[in-house]
Design a protein around this ligand. Structure first.
Ligand code: NAD
Length: 281
């Protein structure tokens, strides 16, 4: 059976009707967060869009804000002050506690500057940790102190399988993603016990975005992963649909998990397609 994507794209089940959210990381229309905002809007959610003030200069986020009827609150995710303002203003604008949060933030200066893992610059490493992993802890800590997330609320961060297996070109981000996933488990325990807030990470296929394509050899790796995964690479749209299910009440007992969203890549040793490409089949 072939899936009719047009029908699926326009399908709204109002899964997020009445829910209020905060969506970080929509830089341009390729961003995973951009697709999440579109899907969440389709499913009846209202939300705030946020990104680092410097990323706003490109102005593309305004197009998304108009399209989804959302307001934008700039916040550097490494700043506790900015995050406090983000949660305060978001509750005021949306009219109550927050039901879902998407952490879709990643940046490594070592990757940007093409520095090999074994020669990592530690200042850049620390910056990467702060932006891509500690920001998640800061966000959750601010929200918990303010009691800004509703009971049974859902928080999702995006990660990559380099946290479990080595991908040489992913350099320091591998260690940083491992930390991000650990924060989801650790914080998920405490926030779960106190307020029934759920925290998960989605481990997504390689995706053609600004952050993704910034990694050396990304194009070849994208094709390799696509040839390994029985279903092929999962797209940003598919990832957004998965996020919507995690924000919805249909997954209310799922927490502290790292969930692979990769077309079966993480469970496949080798595929006949790759063997053929290597001339071994
Ligand atoms: N693209 C991929 O192949 C892939 C695969 C798995 C996981 N991910 C993860 O998905 C998430 C989203 O990345 P993307 O691929 O959509 O790329 P993207 O470049 O569109 O998004 C990254 C976002 O992080 C934001 N950001 C950077 N520094 C920030 C700061 N200090 N404060 C607030 N925001 C900041 C950027 O402005 C940008 O919007 C990242 O965590 C990334 O690691 C991406």
């Amino acid at each position: 059976m072939r899936i009719n994507w047009t029908t699926l794209d326009n399908m709204s089940n109002n899964l997020l009707k009445g829910k209020r959210g905060i969506i970080t990381g929509a830089l341009d229309e390729n961003s995973i967060a951009w697709k999440v905002a579109e899907k969440a809007h389709e499913q009846g959610a209202t939300f705030i869009l946020t990104n680092a003030p410097i990323a706003m200069r490109m102005g593309e986020i305004k197009i998304l804000a108009e399209k989804t009827n959302s307001q934008i609150i700039p916040a550097d995710a490494t700043s506790v002050e900015d995050l406090t303002n983000l949660f305060t203003q978001s509750q005021e604008i949306l009219g109550g506690k927050i039901d879902f949060v998407l952490h879709s933030i990643g940046m490594s200066v070592n990757i940007r500057k093409n520095i090999p893992y074994t020669e990592s610059n530690y200042e850049f490493f620390m910056k990467g940790i702060d932006v891509s992993a500690l920001s998640f802890h800061k966000m959750l800590s601010v929200a918990k102190k303010m009691d800004a997330i509703s009971e049974w609320g859902s928080v999702v961060a995006l990660t990559y399988m380099a946290a479990q297996r080595t991908y040489p070109f992913y350099t320091d981000m591998a260690d940083i993603k491992a930390m991000l996933e650990s924060i989801a488990r650790s914080f998920g325990y405490h926030y779960g016990v106190d307020k029934k807030v759920r925290i998960n990470t989605i481990s997504q296929s390689p995706t053609k975005t600004t952050a993704g394509t910034g990694i050396k050899g990304f194009g070849d790796f994208y094709d390799y992963a696509d040839a390994i995964a029985p279903l092929g690479n999962a797209s940003a749209e598919d990832c957004a649909n998965y996020c919507v299910t995690l924000f919805s009440d249909l997954t209310r007992m799922v927490t502290m998990q790292n969930l692979f969203h990769d077309g079966g890549y993480s469970s496949t040793g080798v595929s006949t397609e790759v063997m053929t490409k290597l001339g071994l089949e």
